[in-house]
Design a protein around this ligand. Structure first.
Ligand SMILES: Nc1ncnc2c1ncn2[C@@H]1O[C@H](COP(=O)(O)OP(=O)(O)OP(=O)(O)O)[C@@H](O)[C@H]1O
Ligand SMILES: [Mg+2]
Length: 442
């Protein structure tokens, strides 16, 4: 039921009877139309269409106060700009409305809003709260410029139900938007992750291809080195045989100078032969392998410490507990033989020569083993280079210590073919420590 004052002046009251059946019908129509996840700005036309025959409002609004209200006016003769309406609503509507005050009904006679209403030519304002749980609170209402809209209890009940429908619809719409935004964000993230994975896969593929290519070139290089040294071996041995024969059979009949040249040829040929032998040996490491076995580290070291070393008066010993490694026995003898051999060879004139072999750190798979001495040490600028083939340090100059400069290169290759690493610490004049990792026997 809605009572409408057609004109305040003559107080003529026209009673309009709206049957409950029509109201239910209207609610049904509205809820059906609002049930499509529409954005709130589309509601007002629907509400206007459904309500225009029930109530004689002049302006219909839906507002969340913070924003510009959505307005529908019945006729263009009532002009109230959105800005004016917003400032009016901000003044009269309180977003903190609680459940005790669920609608607002004001007429021009209300003292507090008299000026405001006169300014805009408003006769009455009715607003009802459409509170949503998640988002700013909406208000839905009518403004009358010509008549005074006077809602009765049934109207208020009806409008409350309508507010409830609007509220639900807005909530659904907002939840749906929230869900869609989150879903879109998720989708973007999923796509980004997929893209990154794809890039990672590409990169991995490239790295694998390049590693393969490098391995192929490395094998090719080793084969080349092996072939060259192998082919050089026969002519060198032949030269060695001829110069030795020449020396034995004819050196006495040669002048002194020619004898000297012959000696130089013999010495240099021997050096070339030894270098070729070592290069061939270097290329065999990792290519020609023996069965790996469980080996006691201390036993290997004991096998290496020969009577010659013992005779040299060097204090040599194994520090700490022994452990079992899993490796090729002959390569281990070669490895520790080279390292202990170097320590003996490069001891210098140390009055208290000492060599120590031991284990320093053990993780679950590898043992870190060291060979330390207090010999002549390695000059700083040679520390990185001595693991390369044919490199000998500068502090050997003028010292008559024989060597090819390949022992440590052998050691590096042996350790690496067993899956470990090798490095050194050294100080010239104080001593050298070589560290290496070898796999532990389980
Ligand atoms: N324990 C050490 N103390 C001092 N210098 C060392 C030690 N071990 C290696 N070096 C230096 O590193 C160089 C390379 O060692 P490496 O064992 O490869 O060759 P080499 O001993 O000269 O000859 P060989 O091929 O006969 O072993 C040596 O010439 C020496 O200058
Ligand atoms: Mg050596």
């Amino acid at each position: 039921m809605g009572k409408i004052h057609k004109s305040e002046k003559d107080d003529e009251i026209e009673v309009e009877c709206v049957s409950p059946a029509r109201k239910v019908q209207t609610l049904f129509k509205i809820s059906k139309n609002l049930n499509e996840f529409l954005p709130p700005e589309n509601y007002l036309e629907i509400l206007f269409e459904a309500l225009k025959d029930l109530y004689h409002f002049d302006l219909l609004f839906l507002s969340d106060i913070s924003d510009t209200p959505i307005v529908v006016v019945r006729s263009s003769e009532y002009s109230l700009s959105n800005q004016d309406l917003n400032s009016l609503l901000t003044k009269v509507l309180d977003p903190k409305w609680n459940s005790g005050k669920q609608f607002l009904y004001l007429t021009k006679k209300e003292a507090s809003h008299k000026r405001e209403f006169s300014k805009f030519g408003i006769k009455s304002l009715f607003a009802i709260k459409v509170s949503t749980i998640l988002f700013p609170e909406y208000f839905f209402g009518f403004i009358n410029f010509n008549n005074v809209f006077m809602p009765v209890k049934e109207d208020i009940n009806f409008l409350h139900t309508l507010a409830h429908i609007i509220n639900q619809s807005i909530s659904y719409y907002e939840l749906k938007s929230l869900f869609e935004t989150s879903y879109d964000k998720l989708q973007v993230n999923v796509e980004r992750i997929q893209r990154e994975n794809e890039q990672r896969r590409e990169l991995l593929k490239k790295v694998r291809e390049q590693t393969k290519e490098l391995q192929r070139r490395h094998i090719e290089m080793e084969e080349f080195v092996y072939t060259i040294s192998h082919d050089l071996k026969a002519p060198i041995i032949s030269i060695q045989g001829f110069v030795t024969a020449l020396n034995e059979d004819f050196s006495k009949s040669l002048p002194k100078e020619a004898q000297y040249y012959l000696e130089r040829i013999i010495k240099n040929t021997a050096q070339i032969e030894s270098m070729i032998r070592e290069v061939l040996e270097y290329s065999r490491i990792g290519r020609i392998t023996q069965e790996k076995e469980k080996l006691d580290l201390k036993e290997i070291i004991d096998d290496i410490i020969s009577p010659q070393i013992q005779k040299k008066n060097i204090k040599i010993g194994f520090k700490g507990k022994s452990l079992k490694i899993y490796a090729e026995k002959n390569r281990m003898l070669q490895l520790f033989g080279n390292l202990i051999g170097n320590s003996v060879k490069y001891m210098g004139d140390q009055p208290e020569p000492r060599i120590e072999v031991g284990t320093q750190k053990i993780d679950s798979k590898f043992a870190t083993i060291f060979v330390k001495d207090n010999g002549i040490g390695i000059p700083e600028k040679f520390k990185d280079k001595v693991f390369n083939i044919f490199v000998r340090a500068s502090n050997l100059e003028n010292k008559d210590i024989e060597g090819t400069g390949i022992g440590l290169a052998h050691c590096k290759k042996i350790v690496e073919t067993h899956g470990g690493q090798i490095w050194l610490e050294s100080e010239e004049g104080k001593g050298t420590a070589i560290f290496l990792q070898l796999p532990l026997a389980i």
